[in-house]
Design a binder for this molecule. Structure first.
Ligand code: CU
Length: 293
């Protein structure tokens, strides 16, 4: 009897392990998107994102230093001057030296943090001299992209979540083994590598936010207002973001997928886009197509 129980237990354990390892290995890191058990910020693809990372770490280290110093002094004082060893409390009231120290030292720390932070914030806001300008409009619940200036000028389309992903989510499926789950779109935003891309951001209905963590960009999309941000991707590949302003019940279903292409591939993409557009126009109205040609 015990033998069968043992066997059953062993089978169950092996089964559970297989299931667990299957689940664990089923979902992999998504390059340009979230990684499995990710703790740090996503790898930087732009100079701005790199600067944000170093600022983040610099400030974390300063905060940790302050934490250790303040709590060190505090716990040392409590322990050293405890009542049980017969320590008598000091009776002084004011101390100019101490007051000066706790005013000047934090002031210097704040300045040390503010100088590089200001430099980065100013660089982040400098959207001048862009090679390509794209307007991104947030809608409930998709993104509209319109190429305004630079190569690709005139292209416009809407980017929505892949329908299959939507159906999986609607079905309430658990343990979905898709690396790009709820990040796959029908038409990604296509941009050239090493080019300054200015993104003009606005909202078509409610407030959304256009954000791509690997580029270090995040900008609210406000109806009736025009805001802008920029990035210069230094690597080709696929990069992902999501709407980052709670915009309604399907806020989780409006991902951003940016495809960074080499200059040649980008030019080819622009050409094919413009050709299909011309073909569509001539199919709908041959006379109009003739007049534009
Ligand atoms: Cu949104």
């Amino acid at each position: 009897m015990f033998e069968t129980l043992e066997k059953k237990l062993a089978t169950a354990t092996v089964g559970a392990l297989c299931w667990w390892s299957g689940i664990a290995s089923a979902v992999n890191d998504l390059p340009g998107g979230p990684a499995v058990h990710q703790l740090n910020l996503p790898p930087a693809v732009t100079k701005i994102a790199e600067e944000q990372h170093s600022l983040h770490w610099m400030m974390m280290i300063i905060c940790l230093g302050i934490f250790v110093a303040v709590f060190g002094v505090m716990f040392y004082s409590i322990f050293k001057h405890r009542k049980s060893v017969g320590h008598q409390p000091a009776t002084f009231h004011e101390s100019i030296k101490v007051e000066l120290a706790w005013t000047i030292v934090p002031f210097i720390i704040v300045i040390v943090m503010a100088i590089p932070a200001t430099r980065t914030v100013v660089a982040q806001k400098d959207t001048s001299n862009a090679d390509v300008t794209i307007k991104a409009t947030g809608y409930q619940w998709r993104w509209g992209y319109e190429y305004l200036t630079g190569e690709g000028n005139g292209i416009n389309y809407v980017s929505s979540l892949d329908n299959e992903h939507r159906l999986i989510s609607d079905s309430g499926a658990k343990g979905v083994a898709l690396d790009n789950y709820l990040l796959k779109v029908d038409h990604p935003l296509v941009v050239p590598v090493n080019k300054k891309v200015r993104v003009i951001v606005t909202g078509g209905d409610v407030i959304h936010a256009f954000a791509v963590p690997a580029f270090g960009i995040k900008q609210d999309a406000i109806p009736g207002f025009v805001r802008d941000t920029w990035f210069r991707a230094e690597k080709t590949g696929d990069f992902y973001g999501q709407c980052q302003e709670l915009c309604g019940k399907e806020h989780a279903y409006m991902p951003i997928h940016v495809k960074v292409l080499s200059q040649e591939d980008y030019s080819a993409w622009v050409k094919s886009k413009q050709e299909t557009k011309t073909a569509a126009v001539s199919a709908a109205d041959p006379a109009a197509a003739k007049s534009t040609n």
